[in-house]
Design a protein around this ligand. Sequence first.
Ligand code: ASP
Length: 441
Amino acid sequence: MKLYMQVLIALGLGLKRNWHIFLGLVLGVIAGIFLHQYPHPVVMMAFTFIGQLFIRLIQMVVIPLVISAIVIGITSIGDSKQLGKLGTKMVFYYAIITVVAVIIGAVLALVFKPGLGAAAYINSDVATGIQAQVATTIEAQKGNLLNIILGFIPKNPLASITSGDMVPIIVFAVIFSVALARVGEINRPFVSFFESVFAATMKITDWIMCFAAPGVFALTAVAVSAFGIDIFMSISKYLGVLALGFGIQLFVVYPVFLKIFSKVPVWMLYAAIAEAMMVAFGTASSSATLPLTIACCEKRGISHKVTSFVIPLGATLNMDGTALLQVVAVIFLAQAYGVALTPFIIVQIAFLAIIASSTSAGIPGAGLITIALVLNGMGLSPEQLIAGFAFLFAIERITDMMRTLVNVTSDAVVAAAIADNENEINYDLLNNPNDYNDVIN
Ligand code: ASP
């Protein structure tokens, strides 16, 4: 066989799936830049189709997976005291990470001032094409916090399941599982049923992941083709500040967090969850990535007890990347329109971003709807708001891809830290990249 054929076969078959997906990502960026220059409707249609096919396949398993994971996780913890301890620790860890994210966002935006002089390229002309989204966002601004909290409690759990509302589904699953744990042995048939559901959904996830490389390639190509690289030139400062903030979260905050609260080696953890990180980037959805985040963590030694409880909740409530973006975006708009930023307003922005981000669903674009809450009371005129949203929407997808990667990584970081604290991590597996657990056992 010719040498180049051997190399090609080795590239195709020998490499790990991580690298296939990474290759998909890089080629997707190149194809997207090319498509922006030379648009081709048929190619675009084909790429959109492949990307959507991949997303729908993973979304298909999310609800059965979340419910079964929570049922098994909570009933296996059993004793409500331990559950309370785990829950409190989880909220504490997620809170630390999100508070640090908003501080970093605020400091970077105030130091680099990406919004100064930006009003020139924020104009309401762009707003015409995206009226629907702008209207939704303005509408969301009217919803107050109490209504948002009420919405977390499902009036009808089955209706929440059919409409895919993750937070009410999780709230119901958690309450139901705690009750199941309390009723004792009689819960066995029900729990066994969900053990089978979990095993089957994990198996399906494994099959779907064979399709991850082309899926991520297509999604990235379509996303990049929408704006090409010229957009990066005009708003490079804004994107630069965001990328720097996300980079600090990934390469400084999480490693320091893991050092302080656990003995988890951060690089081993990142290697373990690399597939989930790339799929998060490609799909811009924490919920869609959830099956994979759980699979990656469990394969490399983090116990099911911890992942099944901490990761689904994290994928829905822990959105530190989104919070960071919301702070930077709002300060950016304030700077662009010359709104005076007093220390009080900055603290208010940071505080509202923490709440708004955690009410964002783990789906593409959610963070740009809830940002309305943060913009409340900033004193921007309706025209400025519309033009501001239009600007943020125009570059939404790329910033969504970045923040989702951060959101998903922090879910796994917190799960790993808790697993370490509770002695629920198998370090032999985590430290040995060539070895892994079968999740279904
Ligand atoms: N797309 C993000 C996620 O799924 C949420 C957001 O829009 O910020 O994590």
